[in-house]
Design a protein around this ligand. Structure first.
Ligand code: RM4
Ligand code: MN
Ligand code: MN
Length: 424
């Protein structure tokens, strides 16, 4: 389905005077308003191809309706999101869930929607029906050289797909690990993984980056071979300048200070980027900002401060992606909420009075530091985010538009009630 310009205009006009009032109220207190609006307009968050269908749990999957049946329909879905919020102009593909059979046609379709190709993701955590050897006991760390070779070749194939589409990074997330004490020789597993990653690294084209994702536990429950940011950074440092550590918010042990991790990785020039989601317990893959928006803000605060300290471009110098998959929400509504939560946290971080905060830190003034941070966090920046979206041609309130124009109902008419998108 297409969203028509007149629908957007009609919807926005009905909200214009309300929006204008709240925007002016917030805007008059912001000295660098235009700079902030421009940064918000530039910021794009990639949508993972596996988040467009209703996710399942290991207990089952309750598929939604009107889900995309192929990659073309997934791109169309992201096109819808981007038309509404103007901040979702990128897609991240997971291979082999979404193989671009005809790369040129897929590229052209994405370009029509103003969507570029973000990192490509390999999958050596599941066995595919036509696969020769099993990943039951790992992939890049496997004790059997033949399994490692198969996993390396898969990653190189994923790079090739990415090159055809214009991606410039490969994200490797491994489920490799062990479930019981004694099952695995930790040093052996590390060394084998390093050797495998070295072969993948050698196959990277010049401008490409390798993103190494870590995860504390699950599906292995005793050890994960790339279990935390220290282990990921160790691999990234040994591999070389094209290798970076990727932070997925749900991949930490409870209460981890993620903002501190981010600050240090940025300082070392080794932060790849993010997989955004939120969690109450572990890798829950809940909507980012739904459980702990303050943490998200604190992370963005470190990002903005740390990127500015290195003269980095907020929009382009790190990889920004959502990585969530739900079993109860309409995936498109969930993604609209996710992007909005990210934009809000980013806007709040842009409001932090950095100089005053640095002074408070020098004075060991914890009270002033808290006042400064929470002043930014408690500012209602939704009108700023909406203004940036309107300036880019999007809609004042994406979720309200989606419901008012019955987008899902239209998609069900086009695609049917019983559709299942590839993914988790
Ligand atoms: C993993 C990890 C990866 C994602 C898969 C689907 O937990 O977050 O980034 O590709 O899930
Ligand atoms: Mn992830
Ligand atoms: Mn995950």
């Amino acid at each position: 389905m297409n969203i028509e310009k007149f629908q957007i205009a009609e919807f926005n006009n009905a909200r214009q005077s309300d929006h204008q009032r709240s925007f002016e109220y917030t805007a008059e207190k912001i000295p660098n308003l235009n700079d902030i609006l421009q940064k918000l307009q530039d910021f794009q968050v990639a949508i993972p191809s596996w988040a467009l269908g209703t996710g399942g749990t290991r207990f089952g999957r309750f598929s939604g309706s009107g889900e995309p049946r192929n990659l073309e329909e997934k791109i169309a879905d992201i096109g819808l999101l981007h038309a509404l919020n103007k901040s979702s102009g990128a897609i991240s593909l997971h291979i082999p869930w979404d193989i671009p059979e005809n790369a040129a046609a897929i590229k052209a379709l994405a370009a029509q929607h103003d969507i570029r190709f973000d990192a490509v993701n390999s999958n050596t955590f599941q066995d595919q029906p036509d696969q020769a050897l099993s990943y039951k006991f790992g992939s890049l760390h496997h004790t059997d050289k033949a399994v490692r070779k198969q996993a390396i070749e898969h990653n190189i194939e994923v790079i090739r797909y990415g090159m055809e589409l214009g991606s410039e990074s490969l994200t490797v997330w491994l489920s490799d690990g062990s479930c019981f004490p004694g099952q695995l020789n930790f040093r052996g597993a590390f060394k084998r993984t390093l050797e495998s990653l070295q072969e993948i690294y050698a196959a990277l084209p010049d401008a490409w980056k390798l993103y190494i994702e870590y995860k504390a536990y699950e599906p292995n429950f005793y050890s994960t071979t790339i279990g935390d940011w220290g282990q990921s950074l160790l691999f990234a440092s040994k591999l070389g300048p094209k290798a970076y550590t990727l932070v997925d918010l749900g991949h930490h042990l409870p209460n981890a200070n993620i903002e501190q991790i981010v600050a240090l990785l940025l300082m070392e020039g080794k932060l790849a980027g993010f997989h955004f989601n939120d969690s109450k317990y572990g890798d829950d893959d809940l909507t980012v900002g739904s459980i702990n928006p303050y943490q998200l803000f604190l992370i963005f605060n470190e990002l903005v401060e740390g990127m500015d300290a290195r003269g980095m471009n907020h929009a382009n110098d790190l990889g920004w992606m959502i990585d969530a998959s739900h079993n109860v929400k309409d995936p498109l509504e969930d993604l609209l909420q996710s992007v909005e939560a990210i934009m809000i946290a980013y806007a709040q971080a842009l409001l932090v009075d950095t100089k005053a905060l640095q002074q408070a830190q020098l004075n060991n003034d914890a009270v002033a530091a808290q006042e400064i941070l929470q002043h930014a966090f408690r500012t209602d920046v939704r009108p700023l985010v909406a203004q940036a979206r309107l300036l880019s041609g999007g809609v004042a309130d994406p979720v309200a538009f989606y419901r008012q124009f019955k987008v899902r109902e239209q998609l069900i008419k086009e695609r049917g009630l019983k559709t299942v998108a590839t993914g988790l």
